[in-house]
Design a protein around this ligand. Sequence first.
Ligand code: SF4
Ligand code: SF4
Length: 179
Amino acid sequence: MRKTPYTKALMDSEFWLTTQLEEMDKAQWEAICDGCAKCCLHKFMDDEEAGDIAEKEAMPTAFGSDGEEVFFTNIVCHLLHTKNCECTQYERRSELVPHCVTLTKENLKDIFYMPKSCSYRRMHEGRGLASWHPLLNKGKKAKMHELGVSIRGRTVNENDVDMQSFEDHIVTWPLADLD
Ligand code: SF4
Ligand code: SF4
C-alpha cells in the first residue's frame, strides 16, 4: 500500500457519502484505501471445505464462486514498510511482485479476496466507511492502528519464513472488522 493522499478538499467533500465506487475519480478512488495493508498479507484459498449453499448466501463475498474460503496468514510481503504500512516500491509493485493485487473498478467483483474491513469491500457491500478510516480522522491512520485494524506489529517478513510451513502462520485477526 502506498501513502494515500487524504487531502482536506476530499475530506471536506465527504464524497464517500454520495458517490458510488464505480463513479469515483482517481483521487477519490485512491483515498478510499484506508492503508491497513492487510492486502499485503499472504493468503490462500481452501477448496476442500466449500460450505453449504445457505452459508455461502449468508456471507456472499467471503467465499469464492467455487465455494472456496479465503485464509489469511501473518506473513507479509517483503516490500512493505511494516510500521507505516506503506509499500516501499509502489510504482514498481506489479513488476517486482507479480501476485500483488491492484484493486480496480473492473475487478470489484473479486473483492471477496479482501478482508471484511477493507474499505473498498465495505463500500462495495454498502457498509460505508468505518469510524476509524483516515478520511474521518483528519487524514491520520493513528486510530486505525490503535484499534488494531492495520497489520502493524503483527506480521513476519516473507523472507524470514519457511513457506513450506505457511499453515503455521494462519491467523484470524485480518478477518475482524469494527463498526
Ligand atoms: S485491504 Fe483494502 S483498504 Fe486495506 S490497504 Fe488493502 S486495498 Fe487498502
Ligand atoms: S508489492 Fe508487496 S508491499 Fe507493495 S503493495 Fe504489493 S503486496 Fe503490498
